[in-house]
Structures are given as structure tokens and as C-alpha cells.
Design a protein. Structure first.
Length: 288
């Protein structure tokens, strides 16, 4: 462990620098091998600036978002708890019980707030990407609230029926796309007949061409976790927060560390996981 930002002046260029997200603005030229969530290879708005800094300094970005196994599945992610928290916040918002600013808690505390005994009326929900890491946990949270969700997998999104999405009270999107697909919902879809009242976009690819829910234009935060998409007699709210797991920090940290630690031990010897993530820029048509 080292003081925050001290790597910039104290670490040799050959060192690995492990972090999570969002490097500081300085130094402008990045010379080290950084392991973090760069969010740089899916067309995100801030990606070009970050990649130029690596290109200028000759450094390397090993993006945790693209650590994959031989079958192309992510091997380390916070998605498990992001799905749980995103779905939980959607339920609380639908009940009128979500208050701001948000504060960190534990899974037990959050689950107690979801208990079916607190339910105000019946609600229905659909989870997109329900069979993935994040989607399974979102279904768990909904189950804690006494809601049995409709589970959508790849076949459902390929044969997309937007009317089904609009017919539920809550929509939780947990799917991660690595290529552009037709949007699940557009702003025009929201103007018609719908029951939908709350969207939790756990994926939160806002600003990217891979965004499957282009119905909003900026992410929310703990101070203002909810944005209103539609007013009037049929209001529709969206929750799109890009650091959801930090709301259950102990559980999320333990789970993430358990996944990442064995991979860190293989860094010096090399492994297919690290070799593959190093090839992501070329696969995306980018050059250093």
C-alpha cells in the first residue's frame, strides 16, 4: 500500500499500479502498467483522453473490465453486488421509500428494508441479463422484496418485445454489450402505453454507442440517485449510478478481492487472462 497518487513519482516504470477507477489528471503522460477499470474500450466519452495519455507515456492499461476466461466471460467484476443494489434501489423508489443522499450499509440492512412485510401493493419486474453474474443477484434482491421477476436472457433480447418491458412496474438492466445492438427502449417508446415506473440501469453505459437504454444522458450519483424521465400522471424514473457496489462496501470488497487475488499472483509468470486483456486495444481497432 502507498499514499494516494504517490506512484506517479515514486514507482519505477516497470511497476504495476493497482487501483480501481479514474486516474488523476496528472501526470499527463502515463508510463506505468496500470490495472484498473479504465472503461476505455466501449466508446465511452472520456476514453480517448485516457488512451492518449497512455500512448504519450508508453504505459499500459490492463483494463479490469476486460479480464475474460477462455469462454469470454468476465472473471473479476463487481457486477454481483451492483445487480443486487440496483434492483434494491428500484424497489425502494417504486415504494416511495428511497431517500437521498444514499449511504453505505450492509447486505443485511438493505435486505431488511426490502422485506415483503414492508411492501405497499403488488409490483412486477423484469430483469434483462438475468442469467449473468449481475442479473442473478438482481433477481435475489427482487426475491427478498417478494417479487418474482420475469427473467430475460439472450434469446429474449434478440427477439425484443418492448411491450413486455413497458408492461412491468420495474425494469432492471444488467446486460453488458461489447457490440452495438438495437436499443431495448428509446424515448419514443416511453410516450405510449406503459405501466413501467422505475428503471434501474445497472450497466450504466451512458454516452457510449453500446448503451442499450438511450433514454437518459447522464449518470446519477449518491446525492441525486434518481432522474425523472417522464412526468404527469404516469411518472417514470431512472436510477443509473456507476458505483453501486460501494453502497455495500464490505460485501463487495470481499467478493472482488477473492476473484482478483489469484490473478494478481499470476502476473509475473504470465497467464492467458493477462495476455488476453493486453490484446484488447488491437481487437477494438485501437493502437498504442
Amino acid at each position: 500500500m502507498a499514499p494516494q497518487g504517490s506512484w506517479a513519482s515514486r514507482c519505477p516504470a516497470t511497476d504495476y499500479v493497482l487501483g480501481l477507477k479514474e486516474l488523476p489528471d496528472e501526470p499527463a503522460n502515463l508510463i506505468h502498467r496500470h490495472i484498473l477499470f479504465g472503461h476505455a474500450y466501449k466508446g465511452q466519452p472520456e476514453a480517448p483522453r485516457l488512451l492518449r495519455r497512455f500512448a504519450a507515456g508508453g504505459g499500459t492499461l490492463l483494463d479490469l473490465e476486460h479480464l475474460l476466461d477462455a469462454d469470454g466471460r468476465r472473471v473479476v467484476a463487481f457486477g454481483y453486488w451492483a445487480g443486487y443494489v440496483g434492483a434494491a434501489l428500484a424497489v425502494l423508489q417504486h415504494r416511495g421509500e428511497l431517500t437521498a443522499p444514499l449511504v453505505s450499509s450492509s447486505r443485511e440492512e438493505l435486505s431488511s428494508r426490502l422485506a415483503p412485510g414492508r411492501r405497499v401493493g403488488a409490483a412486477t419486474a423484469v430483469v434483462i441479463g438475468a442469467y449473468g453474474r449481475s442479473g442473478r443477484r438482481a433477481c435475489d434482491a427482487l426475491g427478498s422484496a417478494g417479487i418474482e421477476p420475469v427473467r430475460w436472457g439472450p434469446d429474449d433480447t434478440r427477439g425484443l418485445n418492448r411491450n413486455v418491458l413497458l408492461a412491468h412496474d420495474i425494469l432492471v438492466n444488467t446486460i453488458g454489450c461489447h457490440r452495438a445492438v438495437p436499443p431495448f427502449l428509446t424515448k419514443a417508446d416511453l410516450d405510449g402505453e406503459r405501466r413501467l415506473a422505475v428503471i434501474a440501469d445497472v450497466t450504466c453505459d451512458v454516452g457510449s454507442e453500446l448503451n442499450t437504454l438511450p433514454v437518459y444522458d447522464h449518470a446519477a450519483d449518491w446525492g441525486n440517485p434518481v432522474a425523472r424521465l417522464c412526468g404527469g400522471p404516469r411518472p417514470l424514473d431512472i436510477i443509473a449510478i456507476d458505483n453501486l457496489p460501494t453502497l455495500v462496501p464490505a460485501e463487495a470488497s470481499r467478493a472482488f478481492s477473492a476473484d482478483l487475488w489469484p490473478l494478481l499472483l499470476s502476473l509475473r509468470e504470465g497467464s492467458e487472462v493477462w495476455t488476453a486483456v493486453g490484446s484488447v486495444p488491437s481487437r477494438c481497432g485501437l493502437t498504442r
